[in-house]
Every structure is written in structure tokens, then in C-alpha cells.
Design a protein around this ligand. Structure first.
Ligand code: NAD
Length: 260
């Protein structure tokens, strides 16, 4: 159980981040929900977590493309709960195009949100965790942190970078009660992937089912999506005492993709 602990999950108003927030709240953990939009429904996500799980949950706005806002998110979370035990770097975006046509602003945004934000939030959280002698940093990387696909240069580069950052942070904190690991999902059916399904179906002139089986899940041998609940449960495991000696590694949840 994680009763009395506090977690910040970046990009947690939808998809995988929300499922991770749910899984940690289910274990009794207080939650900081984050996105960059600050809409009524973002605050409602935190209120819903609190009422369903009997924990404290707050929404804190922060644009993870901006270094100052990454660090401020952590500082505000610590100020609100007086502690920060778990940091999950989940916020991420995707853009698909060949390298020579890849828009520079998309490259910069993907590197900032998918990679640099994890550096900034970790840098802000680590002194607190080190002093407390307990902490868990979980970075949501991807099968694309371990393997490449064409047309995803920024995403693949950022996710490989996240795996490298994970190993480095783990070594710097080894023996101090603080672990750092990366979760590497294959395809998970979330809004981020729904967009890719729609785009690829249109390009290939295929129906949704064929696009999912033959195009999207081409590299995923199970031919099944991982679920957001499976990702959430895996993060909760990495935050448990059973995982205290698991650090600096990747946990693939990819239906066999990276076994190939
Ligand atoms: P999603 O689009 O449902 O969620 C992304 C989240 O990031 C949203 O809550 C969004 O608000 C947030 N976000 C985006 N830009 C932000 C910003 N500038 N500041 C703060 N928050 C921001 O996507 P998802 O599929 O749930 O992806 C979550 C993570 O999982 C990402 O890092 C993604 O790369 C990774 N991932 C997803 C899959 C998949 O198949 N869905 C596979 C492997 C890894």
C-alpha cells in the first residue's frame, strides 16, 4: 500500500497518465493531477479521484514544454502536500513525418515534452527524495525507447533519451532509497493512438479493423493493445516495496515487440 504517500503524474488528465493516477490512488496515495489546459474538467478529474479512492487529489496546471513550469509543478506539489514520494513523467506527444520533412517546431516540442520535462521535474524532485531517503521516479518511455520505426525520429530520439536519463538517475541515487525506472509500452489504445489509427487508415485506404491489425499492431506479436490499466498496475508495482531493488531498468509491456 502507498497510504500517506504523494505522487505527481505529469499529463494525467487522460489516457495512460490518468490510469496511473487511478492505480496509485487505489493504493491510498495522494495525487497531483497535471495538464497544461486548466479546464473545469481537469479539476473534475482530481475531484473524482479523491471521492472514489478517499485520498487527497489536486490539479496543478503546468506546461511540460516549459522548463520553469516543470520545476514549478514539483515545487507546488511539495508545498501542497509537504512531501513528494513518487514522480511519474508521463506527458507526451507524437508527430509522424520523414526526417527531411519533419517540422522543426514539432521536433522541438517533442524533445521538450517527451524528454526534457523528465530532466527538469527529476532535478526538482531529487533533493527532496534524497533527503527523505525514499522515492520512486517512473518515466513512461515506450517500445520506441528501445526500437525505432520510420517517420518517428523525434519520438524515437526522445524516448531513447528517456531510457538513458533513467539509467543515469538510477546510478546517481543507488543506495539512497530512491529508484528510477522506465516503463516501455507497445501500443496502448489512447487518444494519442486513436489519431494515428485515423491517419494511417486514411493514408492506406483501409478500414479501422484492418488498419489496427496490419498497420498499427504490425510489430506487436500479440496483436492486442496493452491496456491503460495494465500500465497503471505496472507503475504501482514499481512504486511498491517489492520493487525496492529494481532500478535503472526498463519494463516492457509490448506484447512481445522487443523480443524480436
Ligand atoms: P494521451 O494523449 O492520452 O495523453 C497525453 C497526456 O499528456 C495528456 O494528458 C496531455 O494533456 C498531456 N500533455 C501533452 N502535452 C502536455 C504539456 N505540454 N504539458 C503537460 N501535459 C501535456 O497519450 P497517452 O497515450 O496516454 O500517452 C502518455 C504517455 O505514454 C506518453 O509519454 C506517450 O509517449 C507514452 N506512450 C504511449 C503509448 C500508446 O500507445 N498510447 C505507447 C508507448 C508510450
Amino acid at each position: 500500500m502507498l497510504t500517506g504517500r504523494t505522487a505527481i503524474i505529469t499529463g494525467s488528465t487522460s489516457g495512460i497518465g490518468l490510469a496511473i493516477a487511478n492505480a496509485l490512488a487505489e493504493q491510498g496515495c495522494n495525487i497531483v493531477v497535471n495538464s497544461f489546459s486548466d479546464k473545469t474538467q481537469d479539476h473534475a478529474v482530481a475531484a473524482d479521484l479523491a471521492s472514489r479512492h478517499g485520498v487527497e487529489a489536486v490539479y496543478i496546471k503546468g506546461d511540460m514544454s516549459k522548463p520553469d513550469e516543470c520545476r514549478a509543478l514539483v515545487q507546488q506539489g511539495i508545498a501542497r502536500f509537504d512531501t513528494l514520494d513518487i514522480l511519474v513523467n508521463n506527458a507526451g506527444i507524437q508527430h509522424v513525418a520523414p526526417v527531411d520533412e519533419f517540422p522543426v517546431e514539432k521536433w522541438d516540442a517533442i524533445i521538450a515534452i517527451n524528454l526534457s520535462s523528465a530532466f527538469h521535474t527529476s532535478a526538482a524532485a531529487i533533493p527532496h527524495m534524497r533527503e527523505a531517503g525514499w522515492g520512486r521516479i517512473v518515466n513512461i518511455a515506450s517500445a520506441h525507447g528501445l526500437r525505432a520505426s520510420p517517420n518517428k525520429s523525434a519520438y524515437v530520439a526522445a524516448k531513447h533519451g528517456v531510457v538513458g536519463l533513467t539509467k543515469t538517475v538510477a546510478l546517481e541515487l543507488a543506495g539512497k532509497g530512491v529508484t528510477c525506472n522506465a516503463v516501455c509500452p507497445g501500443f496502448v489504445l489512447t487518444p494519442l493512438v486513436e489519431t494515428q489509427i485515423a491517419d494511417r487508415a486514411r493514408e492506406a485506404g483501409l478500414d479501422r479493423e484492418t488498419t489496427i491489425r496490419d498497420v498499427i499492431l504490425e510489430k506487436q506479436p500479440s496483436k492486442e493493445f496493452a491496456t491503460v490499466e495494465q500500465i497503471g498496475a505496472s507503475v504501482a508495482f514499481l512504486c511498491s516495496d517489492a520493487a525496492a531493488q529494481i532500478t535503472g531498468t526498463t519494463l516492457s509491456i509490448d506484447g512481445g515487440w522487443t523480443a524480436q
